[in-house]
Design a protein around this ligand. Structure first.
Ligand code: AMP
Length: 206
């Protein structure tokens, strides 16, 4: 199964990706996570990406496409994969079309006010990268220290949402026309949202 997870930042794509990974044994390719790992290791790619990430802007298409092309080429998971955070622009989607035949694009719908509320209270674990919120002092998964991502500040969140509405939202129509779009109401608990996703995916398979 080859999936794209589409939705605004904070729509819960990463959380749903980890559920999907467990249930269907899919590889999880998150462009944001790859950039953050590169940043942590101070690679040239990470240093370049940081200039854009810190302002909530998109990293240029050619850099991201090159990176994703390599990831897909080097993948060794026969069950397939899900792309989380890619594509985000029409040129990225056109590039993807040339290298992969997708089975579905899952769109997670969340109102903007809820996105802002979720992202301003979001915390990430320094140790395992899990996402939680400011109701916790330590990571609920591993006990690691929690921090606020640089791009989860309110001013940066607003730019990220603007970029989503101006550029990434165009992909909704792009994939709807190709009959690939699955639309999910992504308000509610992560478990409720996952049940909706599975309902669609398992129904589509039969
Ligand atoms: P995310 O964790 O998916 O919210 O991504 C964090 C940041 O990484 C984004 O705000 C962008 O600066 C950059 N990024 C991730 N994926 C892409 C992409 N497909 N195209 C351009 N920039 C990206």
């Amino acid at each position: 199964m080859k999936l794209v997870l589409l939705g605004a930042p904070g729509a819960g794509k990463g959380t749903q990706a980890s559920f999907l990974k467990n249930k269907y044994n899919l590889a999880h390719i998150s462009t944001g996570d790859i950039f953050r790992a590169n940043l942590k290791n101070n690679t040239p790619l990470g240093i370049e990406a940081k200039k854009f990430m810190d302002n909530g802007q998109l990293v240029p298409d050619n850099i991201v496409m090159n990176m994703v092309g390599n990831e897909i080429e080097n993948l060794n998971n026969n069950n397939g994969f899900m792309l989380d955070g890619f594509p985000r622009t029409i040129p990225q989607a056109e590039f993807l079309e040339k290298i992969v035949k997708l089975d579905a694009v899952i769109l997670f719908h969340v109102p903007d006010e809820e996105i802002i509320r979720r992202l301003t209270s979001r915390r990430m674990c320094k140790n395992c990268g899990s996402i939680t919120d400011n109701n916790h002092d330590k990571c609920p998964s591993c006990g690691g220290e929690l921090f606020t991502r640089d791009d989860d500040r309110e001013d940066v969140i607003k730019s990220r949402l603007k970029v989503f509405h101006e550029q990434t939202e165009q992909l909704i129509e792009f994939y709807r026309k190709k009959n690939l779009l699955i639309e999910i109401n992504a308000s509610g608990s992560p478990e409720e949202i996952f049940a909706r996703v599975v309902g669609f995916l398992d129904h589509d398979k039969n």
